[in-house]
Design a protein around this ligand. Structure first.
Ligand SMILES: Nc1ncnc2c1ncn2[C@@H]1O[C@H](COP(=O)(O)OP(=O)(O)OP(=O)(O)O)[C@@H](O)[C@H]1O
Ligand SMILES: [Mg+2]
Length: 257
């Protein structure tokens, strides 16, 4: 099923990037990235392994600094922010990591309480319980609240990882390879969850993937990172109608591998 097209307010970019460059030594990873992400949309970033997708979202969330260019998130230029403002911005940007590591020695409840207690100090016990139960319910795993991560499936752990990011009510969600390593049925569940999160929490999201089904199901728009730049952006159909041989080979590789 292809995602329904929704109206996007193009006057309202939540993330705005111009001329972004990033190198590690001689390795020029990002070579002039321009990108706008609009309020309420799910933007999928596609690209082969090692093209700099994770580097890009680490720069967006202030975990890495750009070498050159402008990166504005919620109106703030990330690279120029003093530490305190950067920390405040980071609370609005939820980062769901490539390997959403949970704390193995803590229950699901404790894993979810952890970011909440650390970042919002004035909550009462019952408010904390309510928040934990509300996000667990949103990801459909309320019944696992007292379990240990080791007792959960890979897909369930991913969902808990997403819940742990959601608990701080971010305005932006950055998903790094949300379906990597999951079986096709579990991938469908995660894709649905990403769309439910968008609906319920009204988040703007960047979803990094090389899973074309995930791209099609979750992306309102697709941007493809090729040779350090977003050469092609558009709907799934628009992007893959491109005659660019790099796009075609990405598509063929994914659907024939
Ligand atoms: N902190 C770092 N120091 C040095 N090199 C780095 C660093 N982070 C990333 N790189 C290099 O930058 C390149 C892009 O890495 P990145 O993790 O963004 O790739 P990716 O597109 O996310 O790939 P994958 O699909 O495999 O996750 C790689 O060659 C990687 O080794
Ligand atoms: Mg990556």
């Amino acid at each position: 099923m292809i995602k329904e097209q929704k109206a996007i307010d193009k006057n309202n970019p939540v993330i705005s990037i111009r001329g972004l460059q990033k190198a590690f030594g001689d390795l020029h990873i990002l070579r002039g990235v321009d990108l706008d992400v609009y309020k309420g949309e799910n933007l999928v970033v596609l690209g082969r392994s090692g093209t700099g997708k994770s580097v890009l979202i680490k720069i967006i969330s202030g975990l890495l600094l750009p070498d050159q260019g402008m990166v504005k998130v919620l109106g703030e230029e990330v690279a120029n922010l003093p530490t305190r403002e950067l920390m405040a911005l980071r609370l609005k940007v939820g980062f769901s990591f490539q390997n959403s590591a949970l704390y193995d020695s803590m229950t699901v409840r404790q894993n979810l309480e952890f970011p909440l207690v650390r970042n919002s100090r004035n909550l009462s016990r019952s408010q904390i319980n309510d928040e934990v139960e509300s996000v667990l319910d949103a990801v459909g795993l309320l019944q696992t609240i007292e379990q240990m991560p080791s007792e959960l499936s890979g897909g369930q752990r991913k969902r808990i990882g997403i819940a742990r990011t959601l608990i701080l009510r971010p305005e932006i969600m950055l998903y790094d390879e949300p379906t990597a390593g999951l079986d096709p049925i579990t991938c469908i569940e995660i894709n649905n969850l990403i769309n439910e999160v968008q609906e319920k929490y009204k988040t703007t999201a960047i979803i990094i993937t090389h899973d074309l089904t995930c791209a099609k199901e979750t992306g309102d728009r697709i941007a493809m990172l090729l040779d350090g730049q977003f050469a092609i952006q558009g709907t799934f159909e628009e992007v893959f109608a491109s005659e660019d041989s790099r796009v075609q080979s990405f598509y063929n590789y994914n659907f024939t591998a």
